[in-house]
Structures are given as C-alpha cells and as structure tokens.
Design a protein around this ligand. Structure first.
Ligand code: DGY
Length: 327
C-alpha cells in the first residue's frame, strides 16, 4: 500500500505531481486546523506532511501517530517544535539555499521603497495629485553610500550585504551569533554588538531566525537606540519585533520609517496600527514568492520528504537525532 502524504498550504503543482507518483497524496489549502474533520482524519493516517505554516507542537502530533517526516516549504522552521518531533522520531526538514537571492531582492526592494517612499508616491501619481513640480515634502532619503546594519548574517543576510555593498556602495555593519570572517572580507563588513549597530546604522535590517532568544529582539529600548532618521526593515518573522514598541517609535519620530514583510499575526489584520501609519511600507510576506523560487522550494521539500519516507537521510535534516534514534 502507498504511504500517505498530506500537502498543506503552499506546495507547488510540480512537487505535488512528483509526490503523487509514489504516494497517496491528500491536498489541503493550508487554512485547516485541528477542528477540521477531513484534516484530522488524514492526519491520523499520514506518513508524511509537506507544506508551509502549520504549527506543529505536541497537540498537533498527538493527532498524527504514524508520522515519519515533516517537510517545511520554507527555510524558517519556527513553526516546528523540534524537541517534540525528535522525541517521537519524526524527521523535520526545511529548504535553505534556494531562496537566498530572491528573498534578498525582495527585502532590498522593500528597503528602497521605504527610503524613496515609492508606494506613497505611486498613489500620489495615480490619484492625480501630481499637478506641478514635486514638493520637497515628498522627498525620500538616500540609500547609496550609507550604513546598512544587518542583524542575522545567515545566507540571506549575506545576499543583502552583497547588494548593499556591491550595488549601492553601502558600508556594511552586522550583528550575528558568530563572527563571519568571509563576509567581513568580501564586503568589508564590520561586526558590531547589537546596541552599537542600532546606534550607528542608517538602515537596520532584521534577518534573524525566530527562536526563544530572538523573540522581541527589537523592543522599546532598541528602537530608542536607533537614529531618528534611520529606517527599520523586517524580513525575519513578526515575533522578532515588539510591534507595539515599533508603532510607538514610528508615531513619536524615534525612527523615520519601517519596511515590513512579516507580522506577528499573518495575514496582518487590516485595522492593525502599523497599517494606519504613513511611514510604513508593507508587503504580505513575499520574501521567496516568485514562481521560479517557489517551485525550487517545493521540489526540494518534496525530495526531503521522499528521502525520509524511503528511509534515507534527507538533504536538509533539522533534527539529526530523530533519524539516528530510529535506525
Ligand atoms: C521562509 O522560507 O522562511 C520564508 O520566510 C517563507 O516562509
């Protein structure tokens, strides 16, 4: 009998086709939760899950007694309780590498759009307000030759540093759990303690993964340390930021503006205070969202899950002990 696989949320057609050749595939939209009967029935029989955004904790796993592997179609895996998964011998995987440039493009684009007020000025033109010369009240700020502070110098952080350094002659500062000598050399990047980076940077770009240590890494105190004419960009996860503190910093002019691709609650509710401000530019978590990159991520996630279900070590295993203890 074929093993059963659940595809949940953003799993591209190409990957679904690949999985269907070998597995009994059950496709769900990604809106379902444990109150959904069809979903829990499928979960009770599932050998594998592939998808984006499901919150996998002890409660969820109690509904999935046969599960051998869970394959995230994302590089971030803050939705997975790795300890619980490992305890149960369930392998967990993610999709690093294939989205670096695409995500860096999106986050750098957000930075540019925020600095030059592109969405606001787009609306200004389209509603017919451009009737004479542009008033200097509509001017933005320069990006080139300024200081870009990157918090979280992983692979995507590095791709952002590359754009800032090579394309915009920016001075790169970074903060990370460990020093990155190769990044320091390639992009003349200077390591800074977090407080120093916040004080010095013209652009603070948050790219750190969400972990218990990075939850609300940016709070009142951190925004107060930033320069009044600095821009904050979040391309990590919403929960790395205390959103109330960010609203306050933006309203009180402690920082100039913010570009946000991620929010504590996603989709962010339309009445959220961050969406009512003139000095925010927002995108709906689009980091990796291009056809080409989403295909690559789904296909990599499918290879990861296939390896687990065939008893092989998947290329992007997150919890080594789960498979080791299974052997
Ligand atoms: C990732 O891969 O983690 C991106 O943020 C999309 O979820």
């Amino acid at each position: 009998m074929k093993q059963k696989v659940i595809a949940y949320g953003r799993v591209r057609e190409k990957a679904q086709e690949q999985l269907r050749e070998k597995y009994d595939l059950h496709v769900f939209s990604g809106e379902e939760d444990l109150n959904d009967k069809a979903f829990t029935e499928a979960l009770a029989e599932a050998d594998g899950i592939i998808g984006l955004g499901m919150q996998v904790d002890a409660d969820f796993l109690a509904h999935a007694p046969k599960l051998k592997g869970i394959s995230n179609v994302s590089v971030g895996y803050d939705n997975l309780d790795l300890e619980e998964l490992t305890k149960r011998g369930i392998a967990a995987t993610n999709t690093p590498g294939v989205l670096n440039d695409t995500t860096a493009d999106a986050i750098f684009g957000l930075l540019l759009a925020t600095a030059r007020r592109i969405p606001e000025l787009d609306r200004y033109v389209k509603v017919g307000n451009w009737k004479s010369g542009l008033s200097d009240s509509k001017f933005g700020i320069d990006v080139h030759h300024r200081k870009l502070g990157i918090i979280g110098m992983g692979r995507i952080g590095e791709a952002i540093a590359k754009r800032g350094y090579g394309g915009f002659d920016m001075e790169i500062l970074y903060h990370n759990r460990s020093r990155k000598p190769e990044v320091e050399e390639k992009y003349e990047a200077a390591y800074r303690e977090l407080d120093d980076l916040l004080q010095e940077a013209d652009y603070v770009c948050l790219m750190t993964p969400l972990t218990p240590d990075t939850r609300h890494l940016m709070g009142r105190e951190q925004f107060k340390r930033m320069k009044e004419d600095a821009i904050f960009v979040n391309g990590s996860r919403g929960e790395t930021v205390d959103e109330d503190a960010l609203v306050e910093a933006l309203q009180q002019g402690e920082i100039l503006a913010a570009g946000l691709d991620v929010f504590q609650e996603e989709p962010v509710p339309a009445d959220h205070p961050l969406l009512q401000l003139e000095n925010t530019v927002t995108t709906p978590h689009i980091g990796s969202a291009t056809d080409a990159t989403e295909d690559k991520m789904s296909l990599l996630a499918s290879q990861n899950l296939d390896a687990v279900l065939q008893g092989r070590r998947p290329p992007n295993l997150l919890n080594e002990a789960a498979m080791r203890d299974n052997k």
